[in-house]
Design a protein around this ligand. Structure first.
Ligand code: ZN
Length: 94
């Protein structure tokens, strides 16, 4: 499924499903949006396939890139418990 993403929407949907399976799915506590933890998901997939060394590095890099290029929410860069939108909102309120 990762090899052939097809439509972006399907890919995002698959990513969220995968993240759920690999315990790498969170939710924004403000708006309940699904948040895919790209680093956690990449690490879990690499681990699942037993990759090591350079292979593991390349795979997780490619996975993280694919995830951040997709339409899925990966959370705020500073506070991963909120989506990127609410991360900005919260920072603005400080
Ligand atoms: Zn949110």
């Amino acid at each position: 499924m990762l090899e052939n993403p097809g439509k972006d929407e399907d890919f995002s949907h698959e990513l969220i499903r995968l993240a759920d399976i690999f315990n790498a799915l969170g939710k924004c506590w403000v708006c309940n949006t699904d948040i895919v933890r790209s680093d956690a998901l990449a690490a879990a997939i690499v681990d699942h396939y037993g990759l090591e060394g350079d292979e593991a590095d390349e795979a997780s890099e490619a996975l993280e890139r694919a995830i951040s290029d997709s339409d899925v929410e990966v959370g705020d860069w500073e506070d991963p418990s909120v989506c990127s939108y609410h991360g900005n909102v919260i920072r603005r309120d400080d």
